[in-house]
Write a protein that binds this ligand. Structure first.
Ligand SMILES: *[C@@H]1O[C@H](CO)[C@@H](O)[C@H](O)[C@H]1NC(C)=O
Ligand SMILES: *[C@@H]1O[C@H](CO)[C@@H](O)[C@H](O)[C@H]1NC(C)=O
Ligand SMILES: *[C@@H]1O[C@H](CO)[C@@H](O)[C@H](O)[C@H]1NC(C)=O
Ligand SMILES: *[C@@H]1O[C@H](CO)[C@@H](O)[C@H](O)[C@H]1NC(C)=O
Length: 519
C-alpha cells in the first residue's frame, strides 16, 4: 500500500512536471511564433503588412504579443511608462477595417503598434508628463501633430515610452534614462544605462516590446540611445515633423523622429509623421523637403553607388579606441565597395569654437523657459503653469522627484529674461558656426553626406537643425555602437538611401537576450 501510494504520488508529480514542461514550451512558442509559423519577434513593418494581407496575422495578435513581452521584460528594462488601455480596441478596429478593405488599410502603419516618448501629447487615457510627477494630471488640448498623423494612418498607439526626465533638461546630475515616473531605463544588451533622452523608445524597439517608436531630439536624444541600443534612429531636419504638442526645449533645435529596428521601418514612420501642421509654422517652410511619394522609395540596396561621403573622425568625446577605429575603417571599406566615393579626414573649421564656447547652452536656456511656459499655458489643465511652478514642485516633492539629483539646468533657465545681448550673440555664433563649418565643408567637398562613428556628430547636427541617421555598426565587448550619417537640411532621401544600403550590406543588428526578473 505504501508502495502504491508512492507510485501514484510519483506518477502525479510526473504528470504535474510534464504539464509544466508543456506549459513552458507552449508559452515559449506563443511568445515568439504563432500557430501558423509566423514569427512576430523582429518582424518589420513590411513583413507585418504582408502577413496581414495573407491572413497570417491580426493586429490583435500583434498587440497581445507586445503586451505579453512588456509584462515579461518591462519590469527589468523599464522602457514603457504607460500602456494604452485602448490598444486592443484600436487593434480590433484596424482588423475590421482591413477585412472591409477600407482605404489605406493595407499599407504603411495601418494596424501597426507604436510607442511614443512621454513628452509627446496624446489626448486619450494616456498621460503626457515628460516623466515628471509635476505634469501628472495635465490635460492636453489635442493630440500632438505627429500623433494626429499616426492616428490618420491607422497606427495603434500602444503606449508611452520612458525617457530621461524633461528630456534631460532638469539636472545635469540625473542619470540618463531616469525619470521620477518611469524609474531607471536599462539597456537590454548591457543592463546598464541606455543613454537618452529617448531611452525608452530605443530600449523598447530593441527588446521587441513594440514594432516602432517615436523619439525626440534637441541634442543627441535620438542618435545616442539609438547607437547605444543597437537600433536605427532618424533625427529629421528641424520642422520636417511637427513639434506641436511636444514638451519643448527649443523650437530652433527640437525635432521628432522614428526609432526602429530597421531603416525601412524608420522610413515608413517618417513618411507618416512628416508634413504641415498649422500648430507648428516651421512645418510650412520645411514641407518643401518632403518628396512626392514618401520616403520608402529611397530604400534602395544600391543607394551608396555614386554618393560622395565626407569622413569626419570625431573621437573627442570618446578618447582613442583602436578597436572601434578598426571597425569604423572596415565599414568605410564597405561603403567604398558599395560604390561610395570617400573624402577622408575632414575637419569642421569651427569645431573648436563649437566645443569651446557655451553659445548652445546660453541659447537653449532662454529658449526653454519661453517655450515651456508657452506649452504649459496651452494645456487645458495642469498642476504647474510655469517653469517656476515646476521648480517649486520639485522642491515640494523631494522624495517623489529625487531632489538629490538637483535641478541646476532648470534653475539656470529660470534666471533668463528672453533675448538679451548675450543671447543674441550666442544665436549669431551658432548660425555662423554652422555656415562656416558644416555647410562650408559639405559645399567645398561637394558631399552628399558625412559619415562619423557613434553619435559624436550630433553636436554639429543639433545647432544647425540638420538631419542624421544612426545605423547599428557593431558590438564591442557586448556594448552596441552605431555609425552616423548626417547631411544638409532636407537631405533625408539621400540619407535613407545611404543608411539602407549600408544596413543591407552589413546586417549587423542582433536582438538582445530576453530580460526578465530573477525569481
Ligand atoms: C494616468 O495617470 C493616472 C494618475 O496616476 C493613473 O490613474 C492612470 O492610470 C494613468 N493612465 C494610464 C493609461 O496609465
Ligand atoms: C503661424 O503663422 C500665422 C501667420 O503668420 C500666425 O497667424 C499664427 O499665429 C502662427 N501660428 C503659430 C502656432 O505660431
Ligand atoms: C590612437 O592611438 C594609436 C596608438 O596609441 C595611434 O597610433 C593612433 O594614431 C591614435 N589615433 C588617433 C585617431 O588619435
Ligand atoms: C560667441 O563666440 C565667440 C568666439 O567666436 C566667443 O568669444 C563668445 O563668448 C561667444 N558668445 C556667446 C554669447 O556665446
Amino acid at each position: 500500500m505504501c508502495g502504491a501510494l508512492m507510485a501514484s504520488a510519483s506518477r502525479f508529480y510526473f504528470y504535474q512536471f510534464l504539464s509544466i514542461i508543456l506549459l513552458v514550451a507552449f508559452l515559449a512558442r506563443e511568445s515568439t511564433t504563432l500557430a501558423n509559423g509566423f514569427s512576430i519577434k523582429e518582424a518589420t513593418v513590411h513583413e507585418l503588412q504582408l502577413a496581414f494581407q495573407r491572413n497570417q496575422l491580426t493586429s490583435r495578435q500583434l498587440v497581445e504579443f507586445y503586451l505579453n513581452q512588456i509584462k515579461i521584460q518591462n519590469p527589468v528594462l523599464k522602457g514603457v511608462l504607460e500602456v494604452n488601455p485602448d490598444a486592443l480596441a484600436q487593434a480590433d478596429r484596424a482588423d475590421q477595417e482591413r477585412r472591409t478593405k477600407a482605404p489605406g488599410s493595407l499599407s504603411g502603419l495601418h494596424g501597426i503598434p507604436i510607442l511614443v516618448k512621454d513628452n509627446i501629447a496624446t489626448k486619450d487615457k494616456l498621460n503626457t508628463t515628460a516623466g515628471s510627477f509635476a505634469l501628472l494630471g495635465s490635460v492636453m488640448p489635442r493630440d500632438a501633430g505627429v500623433v494626429t498623423n499616426l492616428r490618420k494612418a491607422g497606427a495603434i498607439i500602444l503606449g508611452k515610452a520612458t525617457l530621461s526626465e524633461w528630456s534631460h533638461y532638469r539636472s545635469s546630475k540625473a542619470p540618463l534614462g531616469w525619470s521620477a515616473r518611469g524609474g531607471q531605463g536599462k539597456n537590454p544588451y548591457t543592463l546598464d544605462e541606455p543613454c537618452g533622452s529617448s531611452s525608452g523608445s530605443a530600449i523598447s524597439v530593441a527588446a521587441n516590446l513594440v514594432t516602432v517608436s517615436l523619439g525626440t531630439e534637441t541634442h543627441g536624444s535620438i542618435l545616442c540611445p539609438s547607437s547605444m541600443n543597437s537600433v536605427v534612429g532618424i533625427k529629421p531636419t528641424v520642422g520636417l515633423t511637427s513639434r506641436a504638442g511636444v514638451v519643448p526645449i527649443s523650437l530652433r533645435q527640437d525635432t521628432v523622429g522614428p526609432i526602429c529596428r530597421t531603416v525601412s521601418d524608420a522610413a515608413y514612420v517618417l513618411e507618416t509623421i512628416a508634413g504641415i501642421d498649422t500648430y507648428d509654422n516651421a512645418t510650412i517652410e520645411a514641407s518643401k523637403y518632403i518628396p512626392k511619394g514618401g520616403y520608402a522609395q529611397f530604400l534602395k540596396k544600391d543607394g551608396l553607388r555614386g554618393k560622395r561621403l565626407g569622413v569626419v573622425r570625431l573621437f573627442y568625446e570618446f578618447g582613442n579606441d583602436t578597436l572601434l577605429d578598426e571597425t569604423f575603417n572596415l565599414h568605410l571599406k564597405t561603403l567604398r565597395q558599395r560604390g561610395a566615393v570617400l573624402v577622408d579626414n575632414l575637419k569642421i573649421d569651427t569645431i573648436d569654437e563649437i566645443i569651446g564656447y557655451r553659445s548652445e547652452e546660453i541659447s537653449l536656456s532662454f529658449e526653454f523657459k519661453l517655450s515651456l511656459n508657452e506649452y504649459l499655458k496651452d494645456l487645458v489643465a495642469s498642476p504647474v503653469k510655469s517653469l517656476a511652478d515646476v521648480i517649486a514642485f520639485n522642491k515640494e516633492h523631494p522624495k517623489l522627484e529625487k531632489i538629490e539629483y538637483g535641478q541646476d539646468i532648470m534653475l539656470q533657465a529660470e534666471k533668463t529674461n528672453g533675448i538679451e545681448e548675450a543671447q543674441k550673440q550666442a544665436l549669431l555664433n551658432l548660425t555662423r558656426w554652422s555656415q562656416d563649418g558644416f555647410e562650408k565643408l559639405m559645399k567645398i567637398n561637394e558631399l552628399d553626406a558625412v559619415v562619423t562613428p557613434f553619435f559624436s556628430f550630433s553636436d554639429i547636427l543639433a545647432i544647425g537643425g540638420y538631419p542624421g541617421v544612426n545605423v547599428p555598426a557593431g558590438y564591442e565587448k557586448g556594448v552596441p555602437f552605431g555609425i552616423c550619417f548626417g547631411g544638409l537640411k532636407g537631405s533625408e532621401p539621400k540619407l535613407i538611401e545611404i543608411a539602407y544600403s549600408f544596413e543591407q550590406a552589413t546586417l549587423i543588428r542582433k536582438p538582445p537576450p530576453l530580460r526578465k526578473l530573477e525569481v
